[in-house]
Design a protein around this ligand. Structure first.
Ligand code: ADP
Ligand code: MG
Length: 267
């Protein structure tokens, strides 16, 4: 369980989080959405203890982040950074994956087994000797996620995973998120890409000016156009379509949209 309770945070004198509160259950997929500069990354960094609240409290697994070492929490709360180039540093794809495992003092045989496992799972085996920075954008993102998954944190946070990713990479990302969720991980995704979230339909928190503006399923909050617009977010296309033709329930995907439009034409 994650409990963010009335958290305030400022960089020097610049306040970013202004009394933000919410809870996350274990096993939940949560999207944190908001425009650029709304404090998403700052908030994620509070959940693994890199940043501590100026006021209020953050508890993860019942541990107050102010009362624990960063190393302890980061073992259980993995963060995949927005910019892969900021995360990657090792000489090879394999080394990138086993670096954290060595740090967390896994045994040699465990390190080898886990490295091999994620290389295979994330389709990186053939790239294992390549320098990480020579990979494509999508491969880099997969490697960043694989490197975090290797130590199996209970909570996986993906900071703006879709930025710079093409349609195929986004589809792969969705599959990875689905798989993580199926395996019981708690997944937290920060993004302003509501379109990407549509088929996942996670619980979604809109943050704006450092506070929670709305909290609900992605599809239900997507119907609140005025709120989305006031938070500088673009409504997903299927939500606009549903409202344009007066459907109370937005379609889950394009195929369902086509069916609904056919029904609507007949009526
Ligand atoms: N290290 C920092 N020092 C000062 N200001 C920062 C720092 N990091 C972020 N900010 C500012 O805090 C605000 C929120 O940033 P951030 O959490 O990165 O937002 P988001 O991830 O939603 O784009 C922005 O206005 C940003 O310029
Ligand atoms: Mg950010």
């Amino acid at each position: 369980m994650i409990e963010v309770d009335d958290v305030y945070f400022s960089y020097d004198n610049y306040s970013v989080l202004n009394g933000i509160s919410f809870k996350v259950k274990m096993g939940e997929v949560l999207a944190i959405v908001g425009p650029n500069g709304s404090g998403k990354t700052t908030l994620l960094k509070h959940l693994n203890g890199i940043l501590k609240p100026t006021m209020g409290s953050v508890k993860v697994f019942d541990i107050d982040t102010r009362a624990t070492k960063i190393s302890e929490l980061s073992r259980r709360v993995g963060l995949v950074m927005q910019n892969s180039d900021h995360q990657l540093f090792a000489r090879s794809v394999s080394d990138e994956i086993n670096f954290a495992l060595k740090n967390f003092r896994f045994s040699k045989s465990e390190i080898d087994a886990r490295t091999r496992k994620v290389l295979n799972e994330f389709g990186l085996y053939d790239l294992k000797d390549r320098p990480p920075l020579s990979l494509s954008g999508g491969e880099k993102k997969r490697l960043c996620i694989a490197a975090v998954m290797a130590w199996e944190p209970e909570i996986v946070m993906l900071d703006e995973p879709t930025v710079g990713q093409d349609a195929v990479n986004k589809k792969n990302l969705k599959e990875i998120i689905g798989q993580l969720s199926k395996n019981g991980r708690t997944v937290i995704i920060s993004t302003h890409d509501l379109e990407f979230l549509w088929s996942i339909n996670p619980r979604t928190i809109i943050i704006y000016h450092g506070k929670v503006l709305m909290d609900g399923s992605l599809r239900s909050i997507s119907l609140n156009y005025d709120t989305l617009a006031s938070a500088n977010l673009i409504a997903p296309q299927l939500a606009s379509l549903a409202s344009g033709i007066g459907l109370s329930e937005p379609p889950a995907d394009e195929a369902q949209a086509v069916e609904m439009i056919k029904q609507w034409q007949k009526a």
